[in-house]
Design a protein around this ligand. Structure first.
Ligand code: 13P
Length: 252
């Protein structure tokens, strides 16, 4: 179902105590100021998930892992499985973030395994896609993103596809302070929705939440979220301060 979603991605930041403090602060501001129709999600490090689930009102705030293993279980030292994530009380998992693709060599093939395990374990994948600056400058971003989708989530059954959310995150906007303009965001979100319609039909396309990520902050959230194909945001830096995060949530 198409929902307004604002998800924080804390990346590799905060120790456990800092993470709990941040979760408490977000819980408090969301309870007092957060619009009820916006789904709020916190994407925390694995080590924090259990505590964050205990700290926040999970009726109001969802918790996400930022990754999960490509295997169900077994001799994979250091990996955290989708089943483990689910058993903490988390309900979401961010998959395919450009940082994981770039620094950890995550391929479409790996992502397909992770997507299958996430769905099997009833985690909602927030699937990330988006192009680097050279691709944007060459004007081939639509073809690039379509290829990412074709190789991964477009292979899902329509029943499974309905369970995911998508985050479009142009790499040139991540952590750079440069945000896609409202027009650029709307244009590519509409393109993504159009390709979903071609693949799965209009009803499913209209029911898919497509979030924008990349230097989203309270000062630009309103303009970005006003676009008809932008259903929220995946927020890095600005999710690390409860006041900024609530400012973005209230951008709707
Ligand atoms: P910033 O909001 O810090 O640009 O990060 C975006 C992002 O990568 C969220 O997943």
């Amino acid at each position: 179902m198409r929902q307004k979603i604002v998800a924080g991605n804390w990346k590799c930041n905060t120790n456990l105590q800092e993470g709990i403090e941040l979760a408490k602060a977000v819980d408090t501001v969301v309870a007092s100021k957060g619009a009820d129709d916006v789904v709020v999600v916190l994407g925390t490090p694995f080590t924090h998930i259990t505590k964050v689930v205990e700290t926040v009102n999970t009726e109001r705030i969802g918790v996400a892992a930022q990754n999960c293993a490509a295997e169900a279980k077994g001799a994979y030292t250091g990996e955290v499985s989708a089943e483990m994530v689910k058993s903490t009380g988390a309900n979401y998992v961010i998959l395919g973030h450009s940082e994981r693709r770039e620094y950890y060599g995550e391929t479409s093939e790996t992502l397909n395994k992770k997507l299958a395990l996430a769905l099997e374990n009833k985690l909602t994948p927030i699937y990330c896609c988006g192009e680097a600056l050279d691709i944007r400058e060459a004007g081939t971003q639509n073809a690039f993103v379509k290829k990412q989708l074709d190789e991964t989530i477009f292979k899902l059954s329509s029943d499974d596809f309905k369970k995911i959310a998508i985050a479009y995150e142009p790499i040139w906007a991540i952590g750079t302070g440069v945000t896609a303009s409202s027009e650029q965001a709307q244009e590519i979100h509409a393109f993504i929705r159009g390709t979903i319609a071609e693949k799965f039909g209009n009803e499913i396309a209209e029911g898919t939440s497509i979030l924008y990520g990349g230097s989203c902050k309270p000062s630009n959230a309103k303009e970005l979220f006003a676009n008809k194909d932008v259903d929220g945001g995946l927020i890095g830096g600005a999710s690390m301060k409860a006041e900024d995060f609530i400012g973005i949530i209230n951008g709707f």
